[in-house]
Design a binder for this molecule. Sequence first.
Ligand code: PEP
Ligand code: MN
Length: 344
Amino acid sequence: MIIVMQSEAPQEKADAVVRRIEDMGLRAHVSTGEFRTIIGAIGDETLLKPEYFAGLAGVESVMPIMKPYKLASRDFHREGTILEVGPFRVGGEWISVIGGPCSIESEAQFRTAARVVRDAGGTMLRGGAFKPRSSPYSFQGMGEDGLKILRDVGGEVGLPTVTEVLDVREVDLVARYADVFQIGARNMQNFRLLTEVGQADKPVFLKRNPAATVEELLMSAEYVLSEGNDRVMLCERGVRGFDKSTRYMLDLAAVAVIRRDSHLPVLVDPSHATGRRELVVPMALAAVAGGAHGVMVEMHPDPEKALSDGPQQLAPEAFRRMMAELAPIADAVGRTLQRVDTEA
Ligand code: PEP
Ligand code: MN
């Protein structure tokens, strides 16, 4: 339930609403805007009736939220959320490009990739140190050594870093090295992990599981938001399809659905969605044209030697071309590609 306070309502009226919510055994989430305060009652809504609040002084309106997710809903937050990540903004008019290899394989490999991303105008640097592999015999990532490379190279090129946290036991470790937690597709419904990153003070990049509905993705975001971490970005990365010509099936309509139903920024990962490098750039362009707030794209200095996801990683030249092709698309749909000053 959402309780909208009158624009001139003093703080103590909002406090009284919060007390009433808490007396009912629910939690209150207070969003103080420029003009008015909006209070969300979080918990079992069947315990509440609008009359409990409508009569309180300072209350303008009371709205039950019919969707199972509340804080992630656009009903709760009409304006699209814009997150700050390092010097960049994610959401709103801003287009973000997260680039980098699937896995961090060595300092030299990652530094080469990072410079390409930075010089081409990427906004964040990705690289996996803990890899969720289908086979236990495949390369599992460099672990903490990889995280050290991520931190050092990210600092050198001046880009915020994104890396996957696979397990609740590694949240503190990853937090020491990275700027953004990635929750991978396989962990989208690992609720303990979502709760844990919800209590951390870092943005969360939450990828959709290939078998999850959009509603389930938003419910997972709700886990993070309800713990107090309001810096969540979503990612569409393809769902299970029937056609073997792509690794997954990129569900671009999900981006439009998410933008309609949620205020959270949503990016697209055309690399894992298609699994084939020749399909990555067209789908990155389509994603931005269709309203995504950016893309996450895998790029490797030498994709044929990659230790994971070789067939879908772009070579540096293709990454540069993609950035050049994204600029006019972003422009055409009234969005802005942001970049760091490469002279720095
Ligand atoms: C990744 O981005 O490194 C990754 C493993 O992607 P996903 O979780 O979407 O499969
Ligand atoms: Mn990968």
